[in-house]
Design a protein around this ligand. Structure first.
Ligand code: G6P
Length: 369
């Protein structure tokens, strides 16, 4: 069936703007309740989760980045050890399996060959249970796992993943809240607070989308560059990785992400006026550290493009440009900081005139190795 494009020129653009409703649909069952229940993840979830003492997340591409964010949440909120692996690496290593480490496969399509093979391999190695977080109900991944949670993003057509990613993050945060609760790490009040926060997420995403015109202004300057560096710290480091991936996928600009603390260990040597540095600067406990990283870039003549929060204290100058999100969203912040990076990649690609929805050499699902 033909999909109604509404006011949009590209699937990617449409899918970026669908994120508030995609996330609302994904979390619908939770919004109506005052508490989260294991049943959301399948009939056997209560039994399996009560024996789970750590997680192993397996995924590729953008879905891998969602897993990397989840690790920060799982550790800090649920007190659960959490490893995250690129599926194509994991499947050819000889890792030591722990039966009660729950294996979590994240995939938009549920058909990525490496993710499917890695999940099978984990089972062969002795992991007892598996969970799929996936956007396609009839997919191979959903069929082969014990537990499942469907992201309800709707069909994603643009090759560069957008709404699948934010719905994966929403699902992973939900899973974090549930596991924290089952491990007695959350009081009833705290659980309610977390649910209220999740309920606020669609509106907060909508607010993030409002900054599009400001991001668009930056896109012209980026389109002339051949390279870009993305910096982030903590749970925003994987968001920097995702931002760099989006830019290279659809605008063909070489973009690399670094954990800002690594700046002095190499990438600083590349910084000059021709290498824009994009930094994600939420107003969190790592902001002070990030700021000194930014000064190092500035001192070497680098040009900084900073995505901050409304209350991030940071001084703009000729070589330091700032776009601010409406608020600092605490634990939701990585989800909200994803939006401007998607918009940046999209608008740079428009200026460059690339095929936004079908970038050269890439496929929507990599079903062969
Ligand atoms: C391809 C797509 C990416 C996606 C990755 C993993 O590379 O172009 O957008 O993130 O596969 O796909 P999956 O369906 O497993 O999430």
């Amino acid at each position: 069936d033909a999909i109604d494009m509404g006011p949009y020129d590209h699937f990617m653009q449409k899918e970026i703007f669908e994120q508030p409703s995609a996330v609302a649909n994904t979390l619908e069952m939770v919004f109506n309740a005052q508490s989260v229940s294991p049943g959301l993840f399948g009939n056997a979830a209560e039994k399996i989760f009560s024996k789970t003492h750590s997680l192993l997340i397996l995924a590729c591409g953008t879905s891998y980045h969602a897993g990397l964010v989840a690790r920060y949440w799982m550790e800090s909120v649920a007190g659960l050890p959490c490893a995250v692996e690129i599926a194509s690496e994991y499947r050819y290593r000889n890792p030591v399996a722990d039966p009660h480490t729950l294996v979590v496969g994240i995939s938009q399509s549920g058909e990525t060959a490496d993710t499917l093979a890695a999940m099978n391999y984990a089972k062969q190695l002795g992991h007892l249970h598996s969970l799929a977080i996936c956007n396609v109900a009839e997919s191979a991944l959903i069929r082969q796992t014990d537990l499942r949670f469907l992201t309800r993003a709707g069909p994603e057509i643009g090759v560069a993943s957008t709404k699948a990613f934010t719905t994966q993050l929403a699902s992973l945060l939900l899973l974090t809240v549930l596991l924290a609760k089952m491990r007695n790490k959350l009081s009833i009040e705290k659980e309610r607070e977390m649910i209220a926060m999740l309920r606020h997420l669609p509106a907060a995403l909508q607010a993030s989308l409002q900054i599009e015109p400001e991001v668009q202004e930056w896109s012209q300057r980026f389109s002339e560059k051949r390279h870009a560096l993305f910096l982030g710290r903590g749970m925003h480091y994987p968001i920097a990785m995702e931002g760099a991936l989006k830019l290279k996928e659809i605008s063909y600009i070489h973009a690399e992400a670094y954990a800002s603390g690594e700046l002095k260990h190499g990438p600083l040597a590349l910084v000059d006026r021709d290498m824009p540095v994009v930094a994600i600067a939420p107003n969190d406990q790592l902001l002070g550290k990030l700021k000194s990283n930014l000064q190092e870039v500035n001192a070497r003549g680098g040009e900084l493009y900073v995505f901050a929060d409304a209350d991030t204290e940071i001084e703009e100058s000729d070589s330091l440009h700032v776009i601010r999100l409406a608020e600092h969203a605490g634990i939701l912040s990585p989800i909200l900081h994803t939006i401007p990076l998607q918009l940046l990649a999209y608008h740079v690609a428009l200026v460059k005139g690339t095929d936004v929805d079908k970038p050269r050499n890439l496929a929507k699902a990599v079903t062969v190795e």
